[in-house]
Ligand binder design. Structure first.
Ligand code: FAD
Ligand code: SF4
Ligand code: SF4
Length: 479
């Protein structure tokens, strides 16, 4: 064991400096500042180099955390970067937006009594430093292959697969219906969690590596799936999940009740300098409004914190369970509270009021009942507990379901699970259509960036294996 490590008994946990709530309410910049080198090394040195590193076991990518922490503690950042990049396509992104409290850091064994190692912040620091020092080398395949791959969806799943396949020498074409690369990294997740320049830096790196992007291409819309499929030797579908879940039996025809992703996309586009009429006209803009956000996940937290930054008159989050049962990251809930969001926990909407435009939401108090087979407690309304919150803007953030891909793609035999996600072979990632693979949220359902990266990398490896086999079979047949 090196003398640099096991410093948790001497050095206290110190996260990177978080900007004060009053300051961060004023802009969409990230709320955490970067570590400096001594700070990152000191925090990395707190790791006790566990024989069985639970942090690594609970990282979806199986990142070799103890090794890159040790190298960081020793100031050997370029080597730390090489190890970090070997298992994660976008470490600086995961370091910023993984819910570490539920993954690596939440399982760090020094947590009790000493607080976990700040793994995510060190991971981010390593790759940001690597970019600054030009250690992030361009993707340069050792050999070019004749086969070409089409990837539908430029989110983290599609991009992770694109990188891995390009590295193997395939010609890689990525199609997206949006005008920018990044999927939810660019149009869903706000800049205060992940600045857009970080995503843009990766786009440039992928393009420089020879990956070709075809933007504004709605596959299954203006461009047929059959057309794209005919152009390539294999296809990866990484289209994510976008159909917003609705609130059953409530009248939603009033102006001012909007889906979360429309609201977040408008805000992100505005920040990127786009012309957004629905924002300028006030429909998707919280400025001066009493805002109610319905939901308790990451999307709801991003909406409430966006509304605060848009200078809403008030922001209330309605969630039907309690704080301990919120699906979103606990860290983000705390950040939202610090920034001035009011939470109405154990509250569910019952009715919307208004005359053409929404004016109020009536909600009922809930209590948690018995747990079901999955361990989740049921929620039941408390009779006579209704209360009303005045609202000019109601944002629905209840989660997402998959769109009807077999219908849109004109492929009725594209098999689905009972949740409407694409059914794939668990080892090969192949769908029911030969040569068509799938990865990310469209397979898993709404999940996390780190899981999309993991699936994209694994799907790419499986595609490569099959393509090599089929090329070998063709060569044998030709002999
Ligand atoms: P996506 O990122 O959704 O990308 C899919 C891409 O496919 C999109 O660019 C879309 O335009 C494109 N596409 C779809 N259909 C078509 C078509 N027919 N033709 C062409 N292109 C198409 N995860 C975290 O880990 N941390 C967070 O803090 C976090 N915050 C989130 C906040 C919000 C508001 C949301 C909505 C999600 C958040 N997530 C977070 C989840 C995370 O963003 C997703 O799990 C992840 O982006 C999934 O990656 P993906 O590549 O599968 O899909
Ligand atoms: Fe932790 Fe996410 Fe990084 Fe894994 S990828 S080490 S879970 S921050
Ligand atoms: Fe280090 Fe914590 Fe991982 Fe152990 S669990 S190797 S102390 S980061």
């Amino acid at each position: 064991m090196t003398e640099h490590m096991q410093q948790f008994v001497r050095i206290a946990q110190r996260a990177p400096v978080k900007r004060g709530a009053a300051e961060r309410r004023e802009d969409f910049s990230e709320i955490y500042r970067e570590f400096d080198q001594p700070g990152a090394s000191a925090q990395a040195s707190r790791c006790s180099q566990c024989g069985i590193p639970f942090c690594q076991i609970h990282c979806p990518l199986g990142n070799n955390i103890p090794d890159w922490l040790k190298l960081s503690a020793e100031g050997r950042l370029e080597e730390a970067y090489e190890i970090s990049a070997a298992t994660n396509t976008f470490p600086e992104i995961c370091g910023r937006i993984c819910p570490q409290d539920r993954l690596c850091e939440g399982n760090c064994v020094i947590e009790k009594g000493f607080e976990s190692v700040t793994i995510g912040a060190v991971e981010r620091f390593i790759t940001d430093t690597a970019f600054e020092n030009n250690w992030v080398r361009p993707i340069r395949p050792r050999r070019e292959r004749a086969q070409s791959i089409g990837i539908i969806g430029a989110g983290p799943g599609g991009l992770a697969a694109a990188e891995a396949l390009r590295r193997q020498g395939y010609e890689v074409h990525v199609y997206d219906r949006h005008d920018r690369v990044g999927g939810l990294l660019i149009y869903g997740i706000p800049g205060f969690k992940l600045e857009k320049s970080i995503v843009e830096r990766r786009r440039l790196w992928l393009e420089d590596g020879g990956i070709r992007f075809h933007l504004n291409q709605d596959i299954g819309g203006a461009v047929s799936f059959a057309e794209v499929r005919a152009r390539h030797d294999a296809i990866l579908i990484a289209t994510g999940v976008y159909k917003p879940r609705e609130i059953a039996a409530l009248d939603k025809s009033l102006v001012g009740i909007v889906p979360a992703l429309d609201y977040l996309t408008a805000s992100n586009r505005k920040g990127l300098g786009d012309d957004v009429p629905a924002f300028d006209e006030g429909l998707l803009n919280a400025a001066g409004k009493r805002v109610v956000v319905i939901g308790g996940g990451d999307t709801a937290m991003d909406c409430v914190r966006t509304a605060i930054r848009q200078d809403a008159a008030s922001v209330t989050c309605l969630y039907r369970r309690d704080r301990a049962n919120m699906p979103g990251s606990m860290r983000e809930v705390s950040n939202a509270i610090d920034e001035g969001v009011a939470f109405a926990w154990l509250s569910a909407p019952e009715a919307f009021f208004g005359d053409g435009h929404v004016t109020a939401v009536r909600a009922a108090r809930m209590h948690l009942g018995l747990a079901d087979a999955s361990g989740r407690q049921s929620v039941e309304p408390i009779a006579g507990s209704s209360f009303t919150i005045e609202a000019d803007l109601v944002i629905k953030a209840l989660g997402f379901d998959p769109e009807d891909l077999p219908g849109a793609f004109g492929e009725p035999s594209l098999a689905l699970t009972r949740w409407g996600t694409l059914k794939v072979d668990r080892r090969s990632f192949m769908t029911s259509l030969p040569g068509v693979f799938a990865a990310g949220d469209i397979v898993r359902g709404a999940s996390l960036v780190v899981w999309a990266i993991k699936d994209g990398r694994d799907a790419a490896a499986a595609m490569h294996e099959l393509l090599v086999q089929s090329a070998a079979a063709l060569a044998t047949a030709a002999e």
